[in-house]
Write a protein that binds this ligand. Structure first.
Ligand code: BJW
Length: 253
């Protein structure tokens, strides 16, 4: 990581009034959660998204989809937030306004202490029924790890409350995310490949509205043209940024 760039971002974050952050699967990689598109370790290197993350896949084979999500839920329950998550939670106490928008469904930002997290793609820890979106009690879901249980109200099958391909994002979450992108003066894009819409457009919205956009990612291909790029794992880069901006020792996180 280029130290000059780090110092530049440290100055931006110190003087920002509204910092908005968009995170993706990469921020949870150092907590042991698999990403989607990393070539060897990403989930889509082993499974096809159209077999697991679409309404049609669930219609065709509800048990396979259900079982995959229940296993991922168990991994998420066992995972602990890493220094990247912890810096973002701590940042709420340092900047006048922080908006945290995540594509992740794992709840690790909340476990690290972040408040008001905008979950664009739902949560793997909530369930609803497939046909009518009635909320399904978590105990009912956990009692049936192999097959989706039936909704107590309408008997349609339970599914995770996540956003699959072809589905609309939750309106309130999307509106909050767009509002933050429009009003932020610094927009951090952390640990996302930026290929999934509409989340991927938030950085562009921020830039068009005059925000500086900073990308944090170990993959050089993730750098967006014309933006500041801090190359490295977020669990390393974010504590270094906190140290550069506020002098707090990296080991604090
Ligand atoms: C690290 C790291 C470390 C590693 N530190 N970093 C416009 C154009 C084209 C297509 C579309 C379009 N508008 C809509 C679409 C269709 C579709 C889409 O975007 N398709 C593209 C793939 C082409 N979008 C949708 O269908 C969305 N719905 C929608 O738009 O509704 C309206 C509509 C419908 C139909 C037609 C048109 C409009 C819904 C998208 C839902 C995405 N769902 C998933 C699954 C969620 C549930 C689950 O968890 O199973 O969301 S797919 C998956 O991708 C998941 C993620 O949230 C999302 C993004 O992935 P992310 O987070 O970026 O992960 P990776 O793996 O891609 O990247 C990880 C990054 O981390 C990498 O860069 C690494 O380098 C980095 N990294 N280690 C920091 N230590």
């Amino acid at each position: 990581m280029n130290d000059l760039e780090l110092q530049k971002v440290a100055k931006l974050i110190q003087s920002a009034n509204h910092v908005a952050v968009l995170t993706g699967a990469g921020i949870s990689a150092e907590s042991g959660m698999a990403t989607f598109r990393d070539p060897l370790t990403g989930m889509w290197a082993h499974f096809r998204p159209e077999d697991l993350a679409t309404p049609d896949a669930f219609r065709r084979n509800p048990a396979v989809v259900w079982n995959w999500y229940m296993q991922r839920r168990q991994s998420a329950i066992k995972a602990l937030p890493n220094p990247g998550h912890r810096v973002l939670a701590w940042l709420e106490t340092k900047v006048p306004r922080l908006s945290l928008i995540t594509q992740n469904v794992d709840n690790l930002h909340q476990s690290a202490g972040s408040s008001n997290v905008v979950e664009l793609h739902g949560s793997i820890h909530r369930f609803k029924c497939f046909e009518n979106h009635h909320a399904i009690p978590i105990e009912l879901a956990d009692a049936s790890p192999e097959e989706p249980p039936q909704c107590p109200s309408c008997k349609s099958l339970a599914r995770p409350d996540v956003v699959w391909f072809g589905e609309m994002l939750p309106e309130l979450a999307m509106n909050r995310a767009i509002g933050s992108a429009q009003t932020a003066d610094l927009f951090l894009v952390i640990g996302t490949s930026g290929v999934v819409q509409p989340a991927a457009s938030l950085g562009i919205t921020a830039k068009r509205n005059g925000s500086k956009v900073v990308v944090i990612n170990p993959d050089p291909n993730a750098a967006m043209a014309g933006e500041i790029f801090l190359q490295g794992p977020s669990g390393v880069v974010l504590p270094r940024l906190a140290e550069a901006a506020w002098g707090v020792d990296q080991s604090f996180f």
